[in-house]
Design a protein around this ligand. Structure first.
Ligand code: PLP
Length: 409
């Protein structure tokens, strides 16, 4: 059984950052998201070290996990943040990220969101279409300000990840083709109300090889050379996020190799930006869940949990597999058991794992649930969302209350 950092069995019980999972479940109920800010900050420090020579700005992609307590920790540590909605921008400001370190991406920014971001004086809009640029120019003119823009290029690179989280291929809705992005940059440079500051590319998520980043860096370098030949200044280049983590037993992405790939883009006058989401928080969080029933059929044995796809959507959405481990090691022969949720959907399954048959009430931890867990959760089947808690040196604290029936109406 493979455990992630921060987890260990001691005297037959599973601890996360020195706190017994049973205590967390008793205190806050299940299903429960439990996060370790320290593990997240360790990842942040590791990535910072990898990109140290480039003096890069690390902007946390908040969509991975927007719990305010975690955001505050990252803001305090000096991170920037990448947001994709007015809601995320409001949270970023509440968590006290410096506006000069806030980037705004997304293909469908509304005019109200643009005004909100212009008002907050964020660092950059990652612009993804000509229509968006026109709207931004108009809103900036109305407010009498200049909008800083970075043009998102779609370099048509296959990042070798799941098709649902591939964003840098020509068939994807994100960014502009290379010629279109160059034209957009030149167009922004001619505008009184736009200030082109750089280029941006994000290839997808859960990328496990540095190779796509090398290819993307080459494309970006060529575009920068072309723009600079025309006399434009490209003061920032954002290589996006997407740094993968091994959910199973696979290889880790060597992020120092990604930094090496980006090194060719870095000059004293040009800042490199990275937008890690999953990498910072995936392994810093687990989802605690109790067994409701064990159901044997002629075909298989189901372990029915109190957490379902509304709490953790990734397995149903992408077929992703999160390791599941018991709080207590039970005697008995391990057998293949299918762990499922209570939701009325066949896709509400977490997969088949070898495990001794548990009993109702037993506690399990679904690992690597810190990224795209709570942030993708819903009230589907009219289930209030779970609580979120923090564990710090063995101490547990509530970070967001469990929703109640009142939240359903
Ligand atoms: C523009 C952009 N940047 C960064 C990210 C973060 O990706 P990840 O969590 O895989 O690092 C995303 C994810 O969708 C994104 O769309």
């Amino acid at each position: 059984m493979q455990l992630t950092e921060g987890l260990e069995y001691r005297d037959g019980r599973l601890l996360f950052e020195e706190a017994a999972l049973e205590d967390a479940a008793d205190k806050f109920g299940t299903p429960l998201y439990l996060y370790s800010p320290e593990l997240m900050l360790e990842r942040y420090a590791r990535l910072k070290a990898d990109f140290r020579k480039l003096n890069a700005l690390l902007c946390y992609a908040m969509k991975a996990n927007s719990n305010l307590a975690l955001l505050k920790e990252l803001a305090w540590a000096g991170a920037g943040v990448e947001v994709v909605s007015g809601g995320e921008l409001a949270l970023a400001l509440k968590a006290r990220f410096k506006p000069s370190k806030i980037l705004f991406s997304g293909v469908g920014k509304t005019r109200a969101e643009m005004r909100q971001a212009l008002d907050a004086r964020i660092q950059t809009f990652n612009v993804e279409s000509h229509g968006e640029m026109d709207a931004l120019e108009e809103e900036a003119a109305r407010m009498g300000v200049k909008a800083p823009v970075s043009i998102r290029v779609n370099p048509d690179i296959d990042a070798g990840t799941h098709r649902n989280i591939t964003t840098g291929k020509a068939e994807n809705k994100f960014g502009l083709s290379i010629p279109d992005a160059l034209a957009a940059y030149r167009r922004a440079a001619r505008s009184w109300r736009l200030e082109p500051i750089g280029l941006h590319a994000h290839l997808g998520s859960q990328i496990l090889s540095p190779e796509p980043y090398r290819r993307s860096a080459k494309v970006l370098a060529k575009m920068i050379a072309e723009l600079e030949e025309d006399g434009h200044l490209v003061g920032q280049v954002d290589i996006g996020g997407g740094f993968g983590v091994p959910y199973g037993e696979g290889e880790r992405l060597d992020t120092s190799e990604v930094a090496k790939a980006a090194a060719s883009l870095s000059t004293p006058g040009r800042r490199v930006v990275v937008e890690p989401g999953r990498y910072l928080v995936a392994e810093a969080g687990i989802l605690l869940t109790r067994v409701q029933y064990v159901k044997r059929t002629s075909d298989r044995t189901f372990v029915i949990l109190d957490a379902g796809m509304n709490d953790l959507l990734r397995p149903a959405l992408y077929g992703s597999v999160h390791p599941i481990v018991p709080d207590r090691l039970r005697p008995g022969r391990p057998e293949p058991l299918e762990f499922v949720g209570p939701i009325c959907e066949t896709s509400d399954t977490f997969g088949v794992f070898e495990c001794a048959e548990p009993a109702p009430g037993d506690l399990f931890a679904i690992l690597m649930a810190g990224a795209y867990g709570y942030s993708m959760s819903s009230q589907y089947n009219s289930r209030p969302r779970p609580a979120e808690a923090l564990v710090e040196e063995g101490k547990l604290s509530l970070a967001r209350k469990r929703e109640t029936m009142a939240d359903l109406v």
